[in-house]
Design a protein. Structure first.
Length: 359
């Protein structure tokens, strides 16, 4: 190399070259599946958005360039298309999981426990940003991953945290051992390829359509959710042929708004349950409807949700209800916060809980 060597650039190149071929193939296989049509990830990580050659590994960090598609944005009153906070949470879910799988010696994907995000400065459709996944700590059962979104000049735009339960059992550890991992990777690539081909014809991505991820949710307002559960409970009791789990009838507070949706392929993850990012998107949309109703503002462009946290309690499938209400404690402090829960229509159990702050 002629001339002086930039130590930062030299370090990045050295670290990238240190990534094993197997780990690189694992990343490509997972991203290839995530970018396929037919699952919720198609809206978050379309093929044109992720710049694979820009992938850089430095220590416990993984970073890549990302171009924000219109399909994950809200249209503001001034015509700009702002990156939706739930879409950023979904992106945090995806990229932090990829970072974890590359950094963990057993390449465990794990399942999400909590996702938290704060927007520091808004970003908009068409902008190129840098995603940074940081594996803070990887234990036997729990992993802590941070994520940052930065502008091309290094300005911090958003910061989030992801906690995952990663205990996969001894069989997974054996399959990802030094001797068996190459074979495991071949089988994984075959599985992901077959799933990709199977799902490719089941949905289509409309990257240019603003807010398309919220259209896919197909949320419907529910005026009296308590009556809905009571009616279902009486139907189950009258039918002796059906053998279902005992239904819990949730209590809904006065002023609590409710929406319903059904989980389909376009909202699912690789395991068939509702994608964590899709849950966040549904929670944001339900929160926006509640805020519009409580503030008597006819459109969703009069406020911005700038902080959000989601706690995942159990897999979400079938028909769901999303209940949202004002956080009483925050009202006393003069803050604007709503809280909500995602419930299974079948059992009445709470599958996820969330909070959003807005301004």
């Amino acid at each position: 190399v002629k001339g002086p060597v930039d130590p930062t650039t030299h370090l990045q190149i050295s670290c990238v070259n240190m990534v094993s071929k197997e780990t690189g193939r694992l990343y490509d296989a997972v991203v290839a599946y995530f970018g396929a049509e037919g699952s919720f990830t198609q809206f978050i990580c379309p093929a044109k958005s992720m710049d694979r050659p820009s992938l850089v590994e430095i220590g416990n960090e993984l970073s890549i360039d990302y171009i924000i598609p219109a399909s994950v944005c809200h249209k503001l009153g001034d015509g700009r298309q702002q990156f939706a906070i739930s879409a950023i949470l979904a992106l945090l879910d995806e990229f932090s999981t990829s970072s974890l799988m590359m950094k963990d010696k057993s390449h465990r994907p794990g399942v999400s426990v909590t996702l938290d995000l704060d927007i520091i400065k808004p970003c908009y459709a068409g902008e190129k940003v840098r995603l940074v996944g940081i594996c803070d700590k990887i234990g036997k059962s729990i992993a802590f991953i941070s994520m940052e979104i930065r502008s091309t000049n290094g300005e911090l735009l958003a910061r989030g945290k992801h906690i995952k339960f990663v205990k996969m059992g001894w069989i997974w550890d054996l399959l990802t051992s030094f001797l068996l991992f190459p074979l495991m990777l071949v089988l994984l690539e075959y599985f992901l390829s077959s799933k990709k081909n199977k799902r490719a014809s089941e949905a289509s991505t409309v990257e240019s359509q603003v807010g398309h991820i919220f259209d896919v949710l197909k949320l419907e307002n529910v005026l009296d959710p308590s009556a809905l559960f009571l009616a279902d409970a009486s139907d189950d009791g009258a039918s002796k042929k059906k053998k279902s789990k005992r239904k819990v009838v949730p209590v809904f507070a006065e002023g609590e708004s409710c929406c319903s949706l059904r989980v389909n392929r376009s909202l699912s993850n690789v395991l068939g349950a509702m994608h964590g990012g899709a849950i966040a998107a549904a929670a944001e949309e339900a929160s926006r409807r509640h805020i519009s109703q409580s503030t008597k503002k006819s459109n969703n462009t009069a406020f911005v949700i700038d902080s959000m946290s989601v706690t995942y309690l159990s897999p979400t499938k079938g028909e769901l209800l999303i209940a949202v209400k004002d956080d009483a404690a925050s009202l006393v402090r003069g803050e604007k916060v709503v809280e909500g829960r995602v419930l299974s229509r079948k059992t009445g159990q709470v599958c996820a809980a969330f909070k959003c702050s807005w301004k």
